[in-house]
Design a protein around this ligand. Structure first.
Ligand code: ZN
Ligand code: ZN
Length: 151
């Protein structure tokens, strides 16, 4: 699924780290996993997923750490803005998922689903009809669509 076209740009709040992305995002996910919540301090994180080769960083080197085996997250060392989730993901190779709030034009990236819906904070829900997956979206069947409870 193609949810963006051409080039998108963005960076951290202080401007020390910038990025430019060529081409479309494969998916834009609302992620409810605990790691995304801890990384951002928010009840849910929204990330646009790209192949790593689509994303070019400039300015200061982003600060990285390993948040799970094989997974690195990165942020601006100066202002702390959450920037990326990076890993090698199955057949898709090296991926770079970029936090939606770091984009100059986040309106251009439309969410396509929810991931790790089962890990969400129990009081957190939003009224969209997007597919909600137990874990990663790729290859999994949605638990449900929209806020309705299953069955
Ligand atoms: Zn910064
Ligand atoms: Zn997550």
């Amino acid at each position: 699924m193609s949810v963006t076209t051409n080039k998108s740009t963005g960076g951290c709040m202080c401007g020390a780290v910038r990025f430019e992305i060529n081409g479309a995002s494969s998916r834009v996910l609302h992620c409810h996993c605990q790691s995304c919540r801890q990384h951002t301090g928010a009840p849910m994180a929204t990330l646009a997923v790209f192949e790593a080769g689509q994303v070019t960083f400039s300015g200061d080197e982003r600060k990285r750490y390993t948040s799970a085996p094989g997974v690195e997250r990165a942020f601006c060392a100066t202002c702390g803005t959450s920037l990326t989730w990076e890993t090698v993901f199955g057949d898709e190779g090296k991926m770079c998922a970029v936090h939606i709030s770091a984009f100059d034009d986040p309106d251009a990236l439309n969410p396509t689903g929810h991931s790790f819906y089962s890990e969400r904070i129990s009081w957190f829900d939003i009224a969209d009809e997007l597919p909600r997956h137990e874990g990663f979206v790729a290859g999994s069947t949605p638990l449900q669509f929209g806020p309705k409870t299953p069955g």
